[in-house]
Write a protein that binds this ligand. Sequence first.
Ligand code: SAM
Length: 288
Amino acid sequence: MGRQWDVVSGVGVTALAVAAARAVETSRPDALTEDPYALGFVEAARAPVKLPTSQVEAAAFDGQGYWLEATTYVAVRTRAFDDYFRRAAEAGVTQAVLLASGLDSRAFRLPWPEHAVIYEIDQPLVLDFKLRVLREHGATAGGVHRPVGADLREDWPTALEAAGFDRARPTAWLAEGLLPYLPAEAEESLFQEIHRISAPGSRLAVETIGDLSAGLAGTAANDGVRTLGVDVRDLIHTEQRPAPADRLAGLGWSVREVAATEAAADYGRPLSPSFAARDARYVFAHRP
Ligand SMILES: C[S@@+](CC[C@H](N)C(=O)[O-])C[C@H]1O[C@@H](n2cnc3c(N)ncnc32)[C@H](O)[C@@H]1O
């Protein structure tokens, strides 16, 4: 993986693909989550191949239904973590950190509590692009918004604290669509660092996927991203590592795990068999 990327290169392409999926979901009358900025991101990126932003385009993109299945997975995941931030706000947590936030627009579209401060960490070029598009759409954040351009394999906590992060204040952390792209030692350090700078009362939500690489082999979704010149399998680290739920429990956090299949069924949008087989889970942890 290169040291720097934007939304049409390297792992940044995955942020664009997820935004495209959210645009497709937003176009549905029964959308699980609505992202008014997702379409604008895809249009502004001017990728060499335009990713689908409606159900019709998604179905036509691969002709096999796979891209639509991926969209359902992204919609379920997005909604599950939207609900997590709503619960954190209700519990009075006013500091949030979105790790590898990509083109996530939650800072601009969720109802945040009064005095909320929302940090987003991703590569500088990804954040610059996102903020430019949001500005063009007249978006305003629901709290104080502090983007932090940093590499999550390096000393990101120093950059976060330099931007104003307060380690005495309970935090709602999110790691969504991130872990497969981190080498094992960076993942270990990520959890240790989160623990080190989290006040009691902090929360963490994490997406884990059993074996993303196996799930992607020869799939139309990966073929779609490959048209942009990136093979997702080349971006993924597959070394064995402890499960996040075990790691967090070992650090003294209380942990609840929800299978993506269960979340999808609860939202009335079951996953396709190929996505159900990926063993994706959402870990919700709380530091007493
Ligand atoms: C699949 S996208 C997920 C984006 C966002 N969380 C979402 O769900 O919409 C992966 C994101 O991880 C970011 N990323 C991957 N490795 C990173 C690293 N070492 N440092 C900073 N960001 C990283 C990429 O730039 C990209 O935005």
